[in-house]
Structures are given as C-alpha cells and as structure tokens.
Design a protein around this ligand. Structure first.
Ligand SMILES: [Zn+2]
Ligand SMILES: [Zn+2]
Length: 338
C-alpha cells in the first residue's frame, strides 16, 4: 500500500540539498567562523570563494581557525538550508503518498458493500526565501599574497584563502582602530551612566591605546626586520626599547632611527615607550629607571603618570613616521589594498 512512499524515502536517503546564498551589493557573501568560541562574521567576494578558496581549507580572518569550505555557513544560512531541505522532503513525501492513494483507490472493487477510498491533500512546494545578505562591510581587504578579496568589521589578521598574516595590514588596522576608539571616547563615555565606571573606562581605553600602539610597532618592526637579508635573530622584545631597536636596525641596515625621526621626536617617543613600560609593569607608578631613561622632569619617583588622548595621538603619529621610514629600507613587495 505504501510502495511509492517507501521508494521515495529510499531515494531521499543521503541526498544533498543545494541552496543559493545571495551576495550583497558589492558582490560579497556572508561567512561565519565555525569555531564555537569565535563565530567571527566576515564576507568573501563570490568569485574568489569559487576561484581562490580551496575546499579542503578555509582560514578564519580573525582567529586563524581552519576548516573545510562547507563549514562556514552563517546561522541564518544554516537555518535557511534546513528549512529548504525540509520543504523539499515534505513535498516529495506528499507526492509519493498521493501516488500510493491513487493506486489504492484504483484497485478498490466496484459495487462492493463497503467503499474505502484514501485521500491525500496535494501540498504545493513552498521554498523559503534565502536570507538577504548583510549590508556591505566597509573594511575591504585584498590579500597581498593571493589577491583574495574579503571584508570584515573591526580587524582581520589572516587571509581566508591562504592564511597569510600581513604585518603591514595588521599594523595599519591597529593604529586606525586605536584612533577610532580615541575619537569616540567622549560619545562612549556619555553612554555610561555611572560616573566612576565612565572615568575608569576612559582612562583604561586611553592607556590601552598607548600600550597597543607600542606593541603594534614592536610586531611590525620584527616583521620588517625578518625580511632583511643578513639579519641576526633579534633579542626578545628588542623592538620594545627604542635604543635597542635602533641599534639592531643599524646592524642590519646601516641606519639608526634618527634617519627617520628628529632628536626631539625620538625623545618624545622614548618617553611614551617608557610610559608604556610603567603601565605594563608598575601600574603607571614612576620609578628611578623611568627618570634616568627619559630625563622627564614632570614627575618624581612614586608619582603616577597621566596619559592624555593627545599623548596617544602624538605617539601614534611618531610610530607611524618611524615605521614608514623603516619600511622604505626594505625591498618592496606588493602592496595591500583597503
Ligand atoms: Zn574564528
Ligand atoms: Zn591570501
């Protein structure tokens, strides 16, 4: 009696349902990192998804997690695929049951005492509409290694297609991110009702800006240094210290930092680097080393440094100038776009 239904169920077993994923206005479609702790949302240009990304391995631009290409659906796309699959299965089962019913009814004996007929309502196929693509993301990146185009919100560290970590890209993104946070501080502060929390948050964000700026420079300088042909392995954290870094750079390129910055600029930058050191190691309390190294007469030992937004902006500008000068000593590579 249910021959058609059984046959249809067998046919359905193991079948895959393909669903379309719409792209946004710029031709990018949405992806999501499958690592539970990450779930970073990003976009990939649809042409590059097909032509540059390998099925076996896709890299999360934020955390670097790798997984097979079919693991990167967003939650919305996953829900849509499930609904589409269920709608198709429902439609085919309904069709099979109607065919069974027709056969049953045809084989009923006419003029018999009892007349049993079977009726299965016909249900049309209603496929759900695919979820609209999330609006385009502003930060568009082209990988300098494989030219894969992708887009993110905030920051990205790895190319989804080849996994490349572009030091200059990370550096410029970090600096831009710190500047954006600084310029929004007043707005962010206004949204926090509690005055103590608002004051602490503002101070922490400003001081973090200084610390992140120095760390970003350190990472970038290390990456540049590693590209120099005859460089010796640097001492750990050498680029956290301006004198050590300058000496190391000179040993590999013949140029000190003073080829990029004036002595007044170097003195200011040295003070910011030492202030970062205090924030990292003494909670900002001035010690004798700080006074000796910077000659800063604004503070006495035991006082706490005050980091203003203008300090961080000034530090960022000097770091950028120094890094640009250092990058010009490196053999040129293909530039990344943004
Ligand atoms: Zn991730
Ligand atoms: Zn790449």
């Amino acid at each position: 009696m249910f021959d058609e239904l059984i046959k249809e169920l067998r046919r359905l077993d193991g079948q895959e349902v393909s669903v379309s994923i719409p792209s946004d206005a710029d031709g990018y479609f949405d992806r999501e990192c499958p690592r539970a702790a990450c779930q970073f949302k990003f976009k990939l240009h649809e042409d590059d998804w097909h032509e540059k990304v390998r099925d076996e391995e896709v890299h999360c631009p934020f955390c670097g997690h790798t997984a097979h290409a079919n693991a990167w659906r967003t939650q919305e796309q996953f829900k849509h695929a499930k609904k589409t699959a269920l709608a198709r299965v429902d439609h085919r089962i309904n069709g099979a049951m109607r065919r069974d019913a027709d056969q049953w009814n045809r084989h009923q004996a006419r003029n018999s005492f009892i007349d049993i007929t079977m009726k299965v309502d016909s249900r049309p196929l209603h496929l759900p509409l695919p979820p609209a693509a999330v609006e385009p993301m502003q930060l568009k990146i082209t990988c300098p290694e494989c030219e894969c185009r992708y887009a993110v919100i905030g920051a990205a560290f790895f190319c989804p297609a080849c996994g490349h970590n572009a030091a200059d890209l990370v550096f410029s993104q970090t600096l831009a991110g710190i500047r954006k946070v600084l310029s929004s501080l007043a707005d962010i502060k206004a949204t926090i009702r509690d005055r103590d929390t608002a004051a602490t948050a503002t101070r922490l964000w400003t001081e973090n800006g200084l610390q992140n700026a120095v760390t970003a420079f350190q990472r970038f300088a290390e990456a540049l240094y590693s590209k120099l042909p005859s460089s010796q392995p640097p001492r750990r954290n050498a680029f956290q210290n301006l004198n050590d870094g300058s000496a190391l750079w000179h040993s590999a390129t013949g140029k000190h930092y003073n080829a990029c910055l004036s002595s007044a600029e170097l003195k200011a930058l040295s003070r910011y680097f030492q202030q970062r050191h205090l924030l990292a190691h003494t909670q900002g309390i001035v010690d004798a080393d700080y006074i000796n190294r910077t000659g800063d007469t604004d503070y006495r030992i035991g006082q706490r440094i005050v980091v203003h937004e203008t300090t961080v902006h000034d530090c960022l500008a000097l770091i950028e100038k120094l890094a640009t000068g250092m990058a010009s000593d490196i053999p040129p590579t293909r530039e990344s776009e943004s």
